[in-house]
Design a protein around this ligand. Structure first.
Ligand SMILES: Nc1ncnc2c1ncn2[C@@H]1O[C@H](COP(=O)(O)OP(=O)(O)OP(=O)(O)O)[C@@H](O)[C@H]1O
Ligand SMILES: [Mg+2]
Length: 414
């Protein structure tokens, strides 16, 4: 479970004595995150988050409280960022949170650093997000809503010993708990909660009035769509403005809150992606399986009662993802073995070239692509009833593994 052996062992005194500050890793509305290098061994780093001004310290106090709660009794989780310590009197502004450094950065930049990822990485991401959400929603005494689930708040870590240039199976971790909320009575009854998440990853505006765990699940599906196509899961700003000239007076920041979600099926092929789904050519993917698409569709059901829960994701999607990963790893091992054999057969000559890696591209958000004709907006498929959909998908899972389909799950974590 734990990715770091020593939790909560760092104090401000140790940090200042052992580490020296390096570059800023990220700066958001809540604070600055800066890398600190070990003075003796530059390859050992931690990440320190602290407020930019005193104004923002309350959200960091929330984040600190949530992380302390999640790590109670020295418990940590592989898919949640690990807090190594904190300081409530950090200079220049407090509190400071000392975290495990994730060398591959956040999911947004990780995705946009290559043209596309193979399906295996999408299953790994799906499983890791599901496990992290299950920990928050279903393994706490009071369920915790993340409240700002999105690619920039998911960190990517290289597994120990891995040296791949593009890591196919990294460890994905949920981070940034500044807007997390324990779902206690006041929050559920709406006397103490206001939407403060990121509109592009939030469910429809009506749903943003209430705090529900289902909003995190929606964002998980939206994040998977981002990872498939390298763009936010909404209608593009330009196109929305063309369609709504009556909103001309609003600036881009205000328009963000109105942009509707756009369902982009993960099965769409490269041409459809570019011609009909506003995907940039730079980030076109080959298209993914119907299986993955079905589970993703269940995350972005507009109706909360039709949307899958963290418990169901854990029970139904994680095992499929893990079996896909096992098969994928076995295939890779066979391919590597074949390559070695080829090399042995042709001494002196270089063996068959290794499979081409996705090309690197700039670490910049994708430009908004406007296709020549405005395509009709595809609707999220009406997935029969939630029960039927789950049943069907679980039967398929069971058939693939040669097992009897399990009984339908009861809704627990909502
Ligand atoms: N432990 C870490 N390791 C590596 N990079 C990190 C780490 N923590 C944060 N970052 C980087 O810093 C960025 C900002 O971190 P974080 O989301 O916690 O701050 P924030 O101020 O709440 O941001 P925002 O308000 O934009 O959501 C992340 O998107 C990521 O790029
Ligand atoms: Mg953030």
């Amino acid at each position: 479970m734990s990715s770091t052996p020593k939790m909560l062992h760092l104090t401000a005194e140790i940090v200042k004595r052992v580490y020296h500050p390096g570059r800023v890793l990220g700066e958001g509305s809540d604070g600055i995150v800066q890398i600190f290098h070990d003075r003796k061994d530059n390859s050992r780093q931690i990440a320190v988050k602290y407020p930019i001004g005193t104004k923002t310290s309350s959200s960091l106090m929330t984040e600190l409280a949530v992380l302390q709660h999640l790590q109670k009794h020295q418990r940590t989780h592989e898919n949640i960022v690990t807090m190594l310590g904190f300081d409530k009197a950090w200079i220049p502004h407090s509190p400071a949170i000392f975290m495990d450094y994730c060398e591959l950065g956040d999911l947004w930049h990780y995705r946009l650093s290559v043209s596309f990822f193979e399906e295996l990485t999408l299953w790994k991401l799906f499983a890791d997000m599901a496990k992290g959400l299950h920990f928050l929603h279903a393994e706490q005494p009071v369920p915790i809503l993340h409240g700002d689930f999105k690619p920039l708040n998911i960190l990517v870590q290289r597994p120990p010993g891995n040296t791949e240039k593009i890591v196919v199976l990294p460890i994905f971790k949920l981070a940034d708990f500044a807007r997390a909320t324990p779902m206690n009575r006041q929050v559920i009854e709406q006397t103490k909660w206001k939407f403060a998440g990121t509109p592009e990853y939030a469910p429809c505006r009506a749903e943003r009035k209430n705090a529900t765990l289902a909003a995190d699940i929606w964002a998980c599906g939206a994040t998977l769509q981002f990872f498939a196509f390298g763009r936010n899961p909404t209608v593009s700003m330009r196109k929305f403005r063309q369609q709504h000239p009556e909103l001309d007076a609003l600036n881009d920041e205000q328009i963000r809150y109105h942009l509707p979600f756009k369902f982009r099926p993960l099965t769409a092929g490269p041409d459809v992606q570019v011609n009909e789904l506003d995907v940039s050519k730079e980030y076109q993917s080959p298209g993914y399986s119907e299986r993955l698409n079905k589970w993703y569709s269940l995350c972005v059901q507009p109706d909360i009662d039709s949307r899958i829960t963290a418990h169901e994701l854990m029970e139904a999607v994680v095992p499929v993802a893990e079996s896909k990963i096992k098969i994928g790893l076995a295939k890779r091992a066979v391919e590597e073995h074949q390559l070695k054999l080829e090399k042995l057969k042709k001494p002196g000559k270089s063996a068959v070239a290794p499979p081409e890696k996705p090309t690197a591209s700039l670490l910049a958000p994708p430009p908004i692509a406007i296709p020549p004709t405005v395509p009709p907006r595809p609707q999220v498929p009406n997935w029969m009833t939630r029960k039927e959909a789950l049943r069907k998908a679980m039967v398929e899972n069971a058939q693939e593994n040669g097992k009897i389909p399990p009984p339908l799950l009861e809704r627990r974590d909502r």
